[in-house]
Ligand binder design. Structure first.
Ligand code: ATP
Length: 444
């Protein structure tokens, strides 16, 4: 019997009226398990460039990695093509599913493609070229855009930092119903599991973050450091909605993997995820809509930078920046429009060096300790209280306090991207790739 190692990537298998790629992947896991697949990794949930305009939600793609009998391997793509046609709403123009199947080792070109897809924009033509030059089997529907995410998912083996997510799904038929997940149970889960979980609760509002809001089969997703952690955590969650299936994913969520490239202002392009290192060149101002705007420059140019209203209390931090502060902005590049040029959407900021904050004040009267007044242009200062005169006096510089520190600031968890490395993971790296999978990683 010949056994083959298969890496199966899939993306864009969704529609706004229900369905999503991770749920579809859970159906494929069930089918392949019935075909005798031996799983060599948890399903990988790979988040890609979060600034891509075509995404439905969080720009996630899935890779399944397993060993299977060669005769079965041949049937996978035809079976998936049928499954996709039944799953998606074929008349919805924004769904362009893609599936790729790589046998054996992942070609270097695919790994490089994947590294780029997490922070740049890639064309469908380039994805097709990589598929062709590496003779990679694939299927797609619509314009083929899903091939970009599928290929990028397959190419990312998560050999560096990674996290886990336990996702509980309701039936697609109940995708439009409200999710009845009890917040108290989630707060208790978070309290008990402590630092083994992340991004479950927004600390300021005490709002749970595990249940999404859109019409899709995801009932809730719990993010954590290990597969055991997210499975144990799920036992705390109480819900009135019935759960149809569950699956544990290994993921690049919470790793900050999209923000690894420092880019000069002159080299920024629309939709990039970039780190911009420079000096604040324009004091922050509040603009209509509750946004805060400031400017940053480097040796190649300058650019406006915004902390938008949904980033909540992060705007208060940004509003305290001053001209001359040196910072590293975690940026999503917004294309220019009729009203503004290329703009950075700040999704985090590292303050590297605070500029001196000071103001010039009149000197103090040496006899009565009151602040002196100007005695007229070029005539120094006088005291209106005791009559003291100081014709030679000059203003004195007084240092001001700032509440800012030279550290990293992020928006609150409710406004973070899936890929954002949250503060609770700042110094944590899970680099050990699992050697075997724990039993209950998927049901059914
Ligand atoms: P879901 O969470 O339901 O899977 P989503 O938010 O992941 O939805 P998709 O419907 O999958 O969004 O749409 C994202 C599309 O963008 C996919 O077709 C994917 O192939 C494509 N894409 C992903 N990364 C890039 C990139 N870096 N450049 C260009 N296109 C990309």
């Amino acid at each position: 019997m010949i056994i083959k190692e298969i890496h199966l990537g899939m993306d864009d298998i969704d529609s706004p009226r229900g369905g999503c790629t991770t749920h579809f992947a859970s159906l494929v896991v069930e089918m392949l398990s019935n075909w005798g697949a031996l799983w060599i990794d948890y399903p990988n949930l790979i988040r890609l460039n979060p600034n891509i305009p075509y995404r439905t939600r969080g720009n996630g793609a899935v890779a399944l990695r397993f060993k299977i009998e060669a005769s079965k391997a041949r049937d996978i793509l035809p079976a998936l093509e049928k499954m996709i046609a039944e799953y998606i709403e074929m008349d919805y123009p924004n769904t362009n599913p893609g599936v790729v199947l790589v046998e054996g080792n992942i070609p270097v070109e695919v790994q490089e493609f994947s590294e780029r897809a997490i922070w740049r924009t890639i064309s469908i033509a380039i994805a097709k070229r990589v598929l062709e030059s590496n003779s990679i089997q694939h299927v797609c529907i619509g314009n083929g855009r899903g091939l970009i995410g599928s290929l990028a998912a397959v190419g990312n083996r998560l050999t560096q930092d990674h996290t886990y997510e336990f996702i509980a799904y309701r039936s697609p038929e109940s995708s439009n119903q409200p999710r009845r997940v009890y917040e108290d149970s989630v707060i208790e889960m978070n309290r008990t599991m402590g630092e083994r979980l992340f991004s479950s609760i927004d600390p300021r509002t005490n709002r749970m973050l595990i249940a999404p809001h859109g019409p899709d089969p995801v009932l809730y997703g719990i993010r954590g450091e290990g597969p055991e952690d997210v499975i144990s955590a799920a036992s705390f969650v109480q819900s009135d909605s019935s759960i149809e299936r569950r699956m544990v994913f290994r993921s690049n969520q919470g790793t900050g993997a999209h923000l690894k490239h420092v880019v000069y202002v002159a080299d920024l392009r629309p939709y990039m995820a970039a780190l911009v290192h420079g000096v604040i060149d324009r004091d922050p101002i509040a603009i209509e809509g509750g946004h805060v705007l400031f400017g940053i420059g480097d040796c190649s140019g300058r650019i406006d930078c915004a902390a938008y209203e949904p980033t909540g209390e992060f705007r208060e931090t940004v509003a305290r920046l001053r001209k001359g502060d040196q910072a590293l902005v975690h940026a999503a590049v917004r294309p220019a429009s009729r009203t503004h040029g290329l703009t950075l959407n700040a999704e985090g900021i590292v303050i590297i060096k605070l500029a001196k904050r000071s103001k010039l004040l009149n000197p103090i009267c040496p006899s009565c300790s009151k602040r002196l007044k100007s005695a007229g242009r070029g005539q120094g200062f006088k005291c209106v209280n005791c009559g003291f005169k100081n014709p030679e006096g000059a203003k004195i510089e007084v240092l001001l306090d700032t509440e800012l520190e030279e550290t990293v600031y992020l928006p609150p968890p409710r406004a973070q991207r899936h890929l954002t490395r949250p503060l609770e993971r700042l110094n944590r790296i899970n680099s050990e790739v699992p050697k075997c999978l724990i039993d209950e990683w998927h049901i059914p």
